[in-house]
Design a protein around this ligand. Structure first.
Ligand code: SAM
Length: 285
């Protein structure tokens, strides 16, 4: 008998032909499929002629669903986990189920496929070597802008998910906090009939959304260029902070202030300051 296994299976994010052959083989072979919304998944499975028992596993019952799935695994059965679209556990339920299956000692296998993150990055041409995915930003403006302020200095491409009813206010917040100069990729309806990936400056993005109601329709991935070098180094680069302070203040005072700004211990900064001074920084006596 095959080893009981939890398969985490990616499903399409729009175009049904994006399901993989391995995903279909797996979904056909398991004893049960845990699905985020069984009505949504029933349509997908019917399209591919798959008839397997469905178990509901959504964000409000994931712990109980996990227990049910672990019980099935304990009986020697294999189960698959799918979400409404894309890869489970990416802004979707799944992580708790996987953790519980692993904790109970069962084999977990990921069957890769579509995710809106990678699909959007591939089409936008904004990749900078690394990216940071944040899922959905907070719905309330104050919370959203506070979160964005925390991300402003990050150098990596910043990736967000957003729903159509919040797209304009979300993009407006990003432009307000990050400034207008960076480029944003607005990827909507990926793999679907009205797929569109629009790249522009942040200060042009709200106008583009408002220019045509179709631009505000569908599901969105937002990709925003990371902050410029100066932003990222800014106040937390101890060398730079010390250099500036040493130009205006006596060494001891400069070290004390730099320790407060950077959170680095005074001793370590003191040594750096001495070296800077020796290398010719303009310290005041
Ligand atoms: N697990 C999914 C994945 O792997 O991408 C994401 C699920 S999350 C609940 C749904 C969000 O993903 C949408 O609100 C949208 O931001 C993004 N998304 C999903 N499908 C998309 C598509 N076809 N085009 C653009 N964004 C999409």
């Amino acid at each position: 008998m095959a080893e009981p296994t939890l398969y985490v299976v990616a499903t399409p994010i729009g175009n049904l032909r994006d399901i993989t052959l391995r995903a279909l083989d797996t979904l056909k072979s398991v004893d049960a499929i845990a699905a985020e919304d069984t009505r949504v998944s029933r349509k997908l499975l019917a399209h591919f002629g798959i008839q397997v028992d469905l178990i509901s596993a959504h964000e409000h019952n994931e712990r109980e669903a996990a227990q049910r799935l672990v019980a099935l695994l304990s009986q020697g059965k294999s189960v698959a986990l799918i979400s409404d679209a894309g890869t489970p556990a990416i802004s979707d339920p799944g992580a708790i189920i996987v953790a519980q299956a692993r904790a109970a000692g069962f084999r977990v296998v990921s069957i890769p496929g579509a995710s809106a993150i990678t699909t959007a990055i591939a089409a936008a041409g904004l990749q900078s070597g690394s990216f940071c995915f944040h899922g959905f930003l907070p719905a309330r403006k104050g919370d959203r802008e506070k979160k964005l302020a925390d991300l402003k200095a990050q150098r990596e491409l910043q990736v967000f998910y957003e729903a159509p009813h919040r797209i304009v206010e979300c993009v407006a917040s990003i432009a307000a906090v990050f400034g207008g100069d960076r480029r944003i990729g607005i990827a909507r309806e990926l793999t679907k009939l009205f797929e569109q990936v629009h790249v522009c400056r942040l200060d042009e993005a709200v106008a583009w959304l408002e220019q045509n109601e179709n631009h505000r329709r569908g599901e969105f991935v937002l990709l925003v260029e990371g902050g410029p070098e100066a932003d990222a180094q800014g106040e937390s680069d101890p060398q730079r902070v010390l250099g500036i302070l040493l130009e205006e203040l006596p060494l001891k005072q400069a070290v004390g202030l730099a320790a407060e700004i950077t959170g680095i211990k005074k001793n370590a900064l003191y040594e750096k300051a001495l070296k800077l001074k020796k290398d010719g920084s303009g310290e005041k006596q």
